[in-house]
Design a protein around this ligand. Structure first.
Ligand code: GLC
Length: 438
């Protein structure tokens, strides 16, 4: 594997590193028993260069070949074109050279890849996260991308050109419609789409349930920036579209490393009180930080620190792997699940309390969102008619006018407290308030 499995060489099997098809069946059965739904990562944009399709001379046109490269860049850096020594021609790869892009204009490619969806549905998948969706269809005339005037020496190589002819092409929406038709209405489709809001939200009409909203991953951690971001997203959403927010993922630095341990509590309250579906990256509920990695595993050399094993308990390898085994990546030194279960004020305890509150208070996930003027490092918003969320992104004490009763504080120590006129917040504290009846 060149990219942790994002380089598929057999769409109908499980790599031995991860297990077997029988393991998958056991996982699917256990998930069903627990009432959980199973979402698989579906990688339609590319295969591995070891996939039989790429090696089959009769299927050359299943991939993208040119006599001369264009100026298109790979997301991981360098030209997106690699020369095949046998033919002297170049093939396109949005990511690694070991990940050649499929030609989605070819009907046989489409049929074969839609069959992959059907295969995993029959095996128990309830939905899919569609990988690298914005890359899926490339310009049919292979036009050069325009240079990016904002690019400076030292910036990410991918940003040298604006990916106008390689991403978010109009034809991507047509393919999404095909995905939808293949999976039916009952299954969830999430699209991995790093796009500005006005483009992101067009993918609802195309057939996605959740065009993934990654904007919190790169937002400046200030009350003003986040308040403006939430308002812009809410304004951009089409009528009836269901929002979603992603706070962390396997491609970006850890939340606690991005915003710091104190603000990780505020971030949890934000994520779990915004309208729509939250996406929480494993380990962020423990406040795991980026780990130091001596032996790089990631071909891009930047994502390993956020991919360390889950620390379950105080046993060997933190309970993640048997004693004597060497985990794929080093363990960090953060508090384990067992430690945090025993601590009623832990970050894990806060997540559980937030999730429990969401369950009993539908306003927190489904109610309308209204940002309230606050300023000075405080972000405040009303959810439905019943709740006010006040988050102190500053390190110092702040006050915000409000009346009601504390439903939850990020400190987990103020439940039920009455607030009459002025809510006082400690530095880095967030509060969900049940508003007093008018
Ligand atoms: C997506 C995945 C990333 C992977 C890439 C190529 O961005 O999230 O982990 O490396 O696609 O498949």
């Amino acid at each position: 594997m060149a990219d942790f499995g994002y380089d598929v060489s057999d769409h109908r099997d499980v790599d031995p590193v991860f297990g077997t098809l029988e393991d998958f069946d056991a996982l699917a059965a256990e998930a069903r028993r627990l009432g959980l739904r199973l979402i698989l990562d579906y990688i339609p944009n590319h295969t591995s260069d070891r996939h039989p399709w790429f090696r089959d001379p009769a299927r050359r046109d299943w991939y993208l070949w040119r006599d001369e490269p264009t100026n298109w860049r790979s997301v991981f850096g360098g030209s997106a074109w690699t020369r095949d020594p046998a033919s002297g021609r170049f093939y396109y790869h949005a990511y690694l050279a070991e990940q050649p892009d499929l030609n989605w204009r070819h009907p046989a490619v489409r049929e074969a890849m839609l069959d992959v969806l059907r295969f995993w549905i029959a095996r128990g998948a309830d939905g899919f996260r569609i990988d690298a969706l914005r890359q899926l269809v490339k310009d049919d005339r292979f036009r050069d991308n325009p240079p990016n005037p904002a690019w400076r020496e030292g910036d990410d190589d991918y940003g040298r050109v604006i990916p106008r002819y390689t991403t978010d092409r109009p034809e991507v929406a047509e393919q999404v419609a095909r995905f939808r038709a293949a999976v039916g209405d009952e299954r969830l489709l999430i699209g991995e789409l790093y796009l500005p809001f006005e483009r992101l939200v067009t993918y609802y009409a195309a057939g996605l349930d959740m065009p993934a909203n990654f904007h919190l991953l790169s937002a400046a951690w200030t009350a003003e920036a986040i308040g403006a971001l939430v308002d812009a997203y809410e304004a951009a959403l089409p009528d009836g579209a269901w929002p979603n927010w992603v706070l962390g993922n396997h491609d970006r630095p850890r939340l606690a490393s991005r915003v710091g341990p104190e603000q990780a509590r505020v971030a949890a309250m934000l994520l779990l009180t915004l309208r729509g579906t939250p996406t929480l990256y494993y380990g962020d509920e423990l406040g795991l930080r980026d780990v130091d990695v001596d032996v790089p595993r990631d071909p891009w050399r930047r994502r390993d620190p956020a991919r360390s094993p889950m620390p379950w308990d105080g046993g060997p390898n933190a309970g993640f792997a048997p004693a004597g085994a060497e985990p794929w990546l080093p363990l960090g030194d953060g508090a384990s699940v067992a430690d945090q279960r025993a601590d009623p004020r832990s970050l894990l305890a806060l997540h559980r309390a937030l999730l429990a509150l969401r369950r009993t208070e539908p306003a927190l996930w489904g109610g309308g969102h209204e940002t309230v003027a606050a300023g000075d490092g405080v972000l405040a918003y009303r959810r439905g008619r019943t709740h006010l969320v006040v988050l102190n992104l500053a390190a110092e004490r702040r006050e915000h006018p409000a009346a009601g009763r504390v439903a939850l504080s990020t400190g987990l120590d103020r439940d039920g407290e009455a607030v009459a006129g002025m809510l006082a917040l400690r530095g880095g504290e967030g509060v969900v308030l049940r508003i007093a009846e008018p």
